[in-house]
Every structure is written in C-alpha cells, then in structure tokens.
Design a protein around this ligand. Structure first.
Ligand code: SF4
Length: 177
C-alpha cells in the first residue's frame, strides 16, 4: 500500500495542548464584563497597545490551540479545537473526505480537527455546541484580536441560534404484505 505523506504548505490540523475542561474554565475568567469592555475600548484607541495586546494573544493561542488569528474565535463552540487549522478551514464540521478512522484527507498523518473537536466537546458535556451553524469568516478581521472583538460584542452573531433538529420522516411499513 502506498504510504501517505503530509502535504507541505497546507495548514495542518492542530491537536490542542490543553484540555477542553481547562479551556472552558479559562473562558469563564475571560467572559465579557464591564472591565474587559473598558479595556477593549481603550486598546482600540491606542494602536501600539493594541498591537502589543494582539501579539500576546497570538503567542498564547498559537501555542495552545494552533490559532491562526482569524479574529472571530470559534473555540468556545468547538471543544477548543481551532477549525481554522483544518486544511480546508471548514467552520461547520468535517468535509466528506475524512477517513473512517478519523484521519484528515489532506494531511493523512494527522487526525481531522473536527474529529478532535467532537471528542473534546462531547467529553466536556458541550457536544450540542457542534449543532450551531457558524457564519462565514469575515477576512477583514484577520490578525485582529479576537478577545477585543469578543469583549466588544462583535462575536454575538458568529453562530446562528441553535435550532431543534428536524424530525426525519419515518418509513411506513406497507399495509399489505
Ligand atoms: S481566533 Fe480564529 S484562528 Fe484563532 S483559535 Fe479562534 S477560531 Fe482559531
């Protein structure tokens, strides 16, 4: 059988370096409040401070989650596995090419980041978050601070409200057999 080789130049799925449970706990510390809103507003008015703050965000999230600084963080809804590390940058689940054993189609040496997301979210009791429909990324936010955006309420519409799953039609048995 031909050995699969990772493709150079493509984004690679990134297995997070910290547990989902730890990440959800950290998120509660960063939840929007008056002080964070005040800080975010001040940072946006001071470009040098904003750049320094964004550099800290990049350094920490890149190391822990493989963050690619899309500026619109989906981590809290994906079990803290970054969907932007999917080589196809899919924000709403895996493509049809994921292998049955969970490997990525583009980087077969790696596990699909959406398989990782599913495992992490489910284990932490947040599996239903994966039913949310993520809106397309606004690339104008690339390299901007997702924390600042979050504190200023710009992430509020990142995902559509959770809809109840439609009931699938049930095949009726034929009356006459
Ligand atoms: S800001 Fe975007 S690229 Fe960075 S971790 Fe969040 S979703 Fe991934």
């Amino acid at each position: 059988m031909k050995k699969s080789v990772p493709r150079a130049g493509w984004v690679k799925p990134f297995p997070p370096r910290v547990s989902a449970a730890f990440s959800y706990r950290m998120h509660t510390l960063l939840a929007t409040n008056h002080a964070y809103r005040w800080l975010a507003t001040r940072l946006e008015r001071a470009p040098r401070a904003y750049r320094a703050f964004t550099a800290v965000e990049r350094a920490s999230k890149e190391r822990l989650y493989g963050c690619r600084m899309c500026g619109q963080c989906a981590l809290p809804t994906t079990g803290y596995a970054c969907p932007m590390t999917c080589p196809k940058q899919l924000r709403n689940g895996p493509c049809g090419g994921v292998f049955p054993d969970g490997r990525c189609e583009v980087q077969p040496e790696m596990r699909c980041v959406w398989v990782i997301a599913h495992e992490r979210a489910t284990r932490a009791g947040h599996g239903s978050d994966l039913n949310l429909l993520q809106r397309p990324v606004d690339h104008r936010e690339h390299n901007r601070s997702s924390w600042v955006n979050y504190w200023l309420g710009r992430d509020d519409a990142l995902a559509t409200p959770q809809q109840p799953r439609p009931r699938l039609p049930i095949a009726k048995e034929e009356a006459s057999r």
